[in-house]
Design a protein around this ligand. Structure first.
Ligand code: SF4
Length: 431
């Protein structure tokens, strides 16, 4: 890696779970002026990083010093009986670790955005194990790649061009040596980038997966179609999957959040296990936020559980559906929210948002978002991977070091340092 003047090479892009680490960033003074190799989203993230920034701490809409904002945050936390700490997927691993420290100190519930995206993936993996691989392995070896319920063209723009359409050690000519399929309920933009699009009827993912499993195991079926696909076509798909030398199934929220949820993932894992009796297959989730995988790993490392963790009894307990943020809010259980690097008001269902607007909210985020509009305390943070360093985990579990390429706005510090300030003040008042 070389670094000359104001050019930063090999910068990981902190937007989506691909964490593309070949971005070249050009800085003029303290301004990012060029992003080479990044997709359109990445260019917007880096070049437009100053847009819509939250620059000063506020309490009830009034600008205050950082110390005053921390003081009010500490008051809210100490008067709360059931604090919910949420977010963490768009920040770096050290900030996540501090959030878990704070949860343990205060006996709070801490959840990350996994509970509204790939939570079922984790539950499925806990039930059935995991046959996984790395993105590099896929690029070098995979001759059949299937996306199921994912739209990388929109959500992970470089996933196909950067990892899948590139030649690898054993895939010299990816256009001919590797086939890319998409299974989805609608013809998305990704359908135009793949070799074959297979449309299934909505909410039939589980039936289609189980049918493929039955066919791969050699069973005869006495129905003519499943999920809108004829049995003849499903037999042909099953044979193609068994004939691949190295297959990879990438899946997105179209699978995790459709009918069946974690049962879909459980079935997909078992499909991969069935295929592994014949050939080599791996399964990988298309993780959305750039460090949602890190949020799970940090949580598991610190508490033993990946998300939805309650410290009320002084030790961690895991219960999705009970300690997940949407459920805690929709039940009216949380009496204060500490939100870090997420926008629950924009993404949560109305019942959860309705309660959220009735409780004090402390919001730590670099940008003004919908949650900052309802938060009593807003504390601006430096953007990880642009204005501060750190570590994050790619969708396949590979940890990457994030780079600082410019200084944050004056007085703005990283999430981890804001959380450390809160913890320090809490330790004093809780003595
Ligand atoms: S695909 Fe994702 S990580 Fe890669 S450059 Fe685009 S937004 Fe960034």
């Amino acid at each position: 890696m070389t670094e000359a003047n104001n050019i930063f090479n090999a910068v990981p892009c902190t937007f989506c779970g691909c964490l593309c680490d070949d971005i070249i960033i050009e800085v003029d003074g303290n301004r990012i002026v060029k992003n080479t190799n990044g997709c359109a989203i990445s260019k917007e993230r880096f070049i437009g990083h100053a847009e819509n920034r939250c620059l000063e701490p506020t309490v009830s809409g009034k600008t205050v010093s950082l110390e005053k904002a921390i003081e009010r945050a500490v008051e809210i936390i100490t008067s709360s009986k059931r604090l919910l700490i949420y977010g963490l997927s768009s920040t770096e691993n050290d900030a996540q670790r501090e959030a878990y420290r704070l949860a343990e100190l205060t006996g709070s519930v801490v959840d990350n955005t996994t509970s509204v995206c790939h939570g079922p993936t984790i539950l499925g993996a806990q039930e059935s194990g995991e046959a996984t691989s790395s993105l590099a392995e896929v690029r070098h070896r995979s001759d059949l790649v299937i996306y199921w319920g994912a739209n990388p063209a929109a959500a992970h723009p470089r996933h196909i061009p950067h990892y899948i359409r590139q030649p690898g050690e054993y895939i010299k000519d990816p256009k001919n040596d590797r086939k890319i399929w998409l299974i989805d309920i609608r013809e998305t933009t990704t359908a135009r980038m793949v070799d074959r699009f297979i449309r299934i009827e909505p909410r039939t993912d589980l039936e289609v997966i189980q049918t493929l499993r039955a066919l791969i195991r050699g069973h005869k079926l006495d129905v003519s179609q499943v999920g809108g696909i004829s049995i003849a076509d499903l037999e042909e798909i099953a044979i193609a999957m068994k004939s691949a030398k190295y297959g990879t199934l990438f899946f997105g929220l179209g699978l995790t959040q459709s009918w069946g949820r974690h049962r879909n993932i459980d079935a997909a894992i078992r499909l991969i296990q069935d295929l592994n009796a014949h050939t080599k297959w791996g399964l990988l989730p298309m993780r959305g936020h750039y460090n949602v995988s890190g949020a799970n790993k940090t949580s598991t490392w610190v508490t033993g559980y990946p998300y939805a963790v309650d410290f009320a009894r002084g030790y961690p307990r895991f219960s999705p559906g009970e300690y997940t943020a949407v459920d805690m809010l929709a039940r009216g259980e949380a009496d204060a929210l500490l939100n870090i690097a997420a926008d629950p008001v924009a993404h949560f269902p109305r019942s959860a948002v309705s309660h959220l607007t009735k409780i004090p909210v402390i919001n730590i985020d670099p940008k003004i978002n919908m949650t900052s509009q309802v938060a009593e305390v807003n504390i601006p943070a430096a953007i990880a991977g642009i204005e501060c360093d750190g570590a994050a985990t790619r969708m396949d579990g590979l940890p990457l070091y994030l780079r600082k390429v410019i200084e944050p706005p004056e007085g703005v510090i990283p999430d981890r340092d804001i959380l450390r300030m809160i913890i320090k003040s809490l330790e004093k008042v809780m003595k």
